[in-house]
Write a protein that binds this ligand. Structure first.
Ligand SMILES: *Cc1c(COP(=O)(O)O)cnc(C)c1O
Length: 459
């Protein structure tokens, strides 16, 4: 039986379903598989994205769904994608490929995990007859992906809190235009940290948490990481794995996406380099270079989905780097609360073995968008441009695959400023600006937000 354990060692081991529904462990840690199963990429060449997804994820589920049932959930999750390949590869140059992860309904890679989590949660809840209330905070992409994934699902109410006036117009409209009654966009008077703090307050109010059956889908949810492992296999196999190794460069914020690559390698996909690409918020690049994981404030950038102070999922790889010693990880996280910590020599050696890293400044990001457009005609979003810049510093004889994490039309101002062309939305969502918006404005106040949730949920 596949079990999941906490990175801080003090919470009970859970099944896949429990880990997905719980999100954060009760000891403050993150759930990871007790043992990572081996899955051979041999024989996967030419399979559809959906069948690849089935084979890669099945061993992690511990039988929570039947085989045909799980295939059905996968099919539904990806049916709304705007590209038959789901995650097509485009060649950028000699030995350098772009994995386009932006053909989902909200044009960012988060759709891959969120769409599937929506289907899995709904299927499990329908069996148990239970309802849940999901509350999440977003700086943009997670919220829109969640609204799309959960709208219309019968056993879930979803509330997304975003900072009023501080998300892009496309992101806002993706959150405020779904018409289904079970999804609710809440514009909070405050910044992203305020919205996130109110969500944490709701989880810490245990009576409220039980009353509305609160659940979370933020990026520390193990099921999200698992769904992202699939496209590493899909792309790696397309370029010759297992016969030939591949490398990946990943535009990184919370470390969820690149951690999925680390899991793919642990499962048996031959990945040579796994490169962390950061923007000017470079805590991860600094940590690998200096050995110190040190907070440094958030500097707003043109790649806003990577503007983070600390990377929550980094805790998962620290757990491995410290020999799966939950007490050691808990101690480090305690130190982090007061600013930062030094990574031990042994752990740093393991991390440097597993990952390479690089950082891309604001000017370099814009220059890269312009240069790639001029050379290939490919319009990159700013996050993907950060990836391409850092990848180019790590090219070698192994094929390099850079993850393109969002569609350029999601960040039209930064793209137009850099390349001189305003990227258009794909035809299937060209009417986004004509759709009616529905949003509730709220004070940055726990009691008002809780009242709003109570009033809106179906019981
Ligand atoms: C979320 C996001 C990222 C960062 O992904 P992590 O899993 O947090 O590292 C990068 N680019 C885009 C467009 C995103 O939405």
């Amino acid at each position: 039986m596949m079990r999941y354990i906490s990175t801080r060692g003090q919470a009970p081991a859970l099944t896949f379903l429990e880990a997905m529904m719980t999100g954060l462990a009760r000891d403050g840690g993150l759930y990871v598989p007790e043992v990572v199963p081996h899955v051979s990429p041999a024989g996967m060449a030419g399979l559809s994205y959906e069948e690849t997804a089935f084979r890669v994820m099945w061993p992690f589920l511990g039988g929570v769904f039947g085989e045909d049932e799980f295939r059905g959930l996968i099919a539904k999750a990806y049916a709304g994608f705007g590209h038959a390949a789901r995650a097509p590869l485009v060649q950028l140059g000699p030995n350098h490929f772009l994995l386009e992860l932006f053909h989902g309904p909200t044009l960012a890679f988060k759709d891959f995990a969120m769409q599937l989590i929506g289907q899995m949660m709904q299927a499990a809840l329908a069996k148990s007859g239970k309802r849940i209330t999901i509350v999440g905070a977003t700086s943009g992409d997670t919220g829109s992906a969640a609204m799309e994934a959960f709208r219309g699902l019968a056993n879930v109410d979803l509330f997304i809190l975003y900072p009023h006036g501080r998300v892009s117009e496309v992101q806002r409209r993706q959150m405020t235009t779904p018409v289904e009654a079970n999804v609710h966009a809440i514009a909070v008077d405050g910044d992203f940290d305020d919205a996130q703090a109110r969500v944490k307050d709701m989880f810490n109010d245990l009576a409220f948490r039980d009353e509305v059956r609160l659940a979370g889908v933020n990026s520390i949810n193990w099921a999200r990481v698992l769904a992202q492992v699939v496209y590493y296999f899909y792309a790696g196999v397309a370029l010759g794995a297992p016969g030939r190794a591949v490398s990946f460069t990943v535009p990184t914020g919370n470390f969820g996406d690149i951690f999925a690559g680390y899991i793919a390698r642990s499962m048996g996909l031959p990945i040579e380099k796994l490169v962390i690409a950061t923007n000017q918020n470079d805590i991860l690049d600094r940590a690998l270079r200096t050995g110190r994981y040190q907070m440094d404030g958030v500097k707003p950038s043109i790649s806003p989905s990577m503007d983070i102070q600390v990377s929550s999922n980094f805790e998962r790889v620290l757990f491995d780097a410290y020999g799966r010693d939950g007490k050691a990880v808990a101690a480090l996280m305690g130190e982090l609360a007061s600013g930062g910590f030094a990574i031990s020599q042994g752990a740093l050696g393991m991390l440097r073995e597993a990952f390479a890293s690089g950082r891309c400044s604001e000017a370099e990001t814009s220059a890269k968008m312009a240069r790639v457009y001029a050379a290939t005609g490919e319009v990159l979003c700013p996050h993907s441009a950060v990836g391409v810049k850092v990848a180019e510093d790590h090219l070698g004889s192994t094929p390099m695959i850079t993850l393109a994490t969002a569609h350029p039309a999601k960040f039209p101002d930064a793209v137009e400023a850099a390349v001189g062309v305003r990227p258009a939305l794909p035809a299937r969502m060209a009417d986004l600006f004509a759709r009616k918006e529905r949003v509730t404005r709220s004070a940055n106040d726990l009691k008002s937000l809780q009242a709003l949730v109570r009033e809106r949920i179906a019981r």
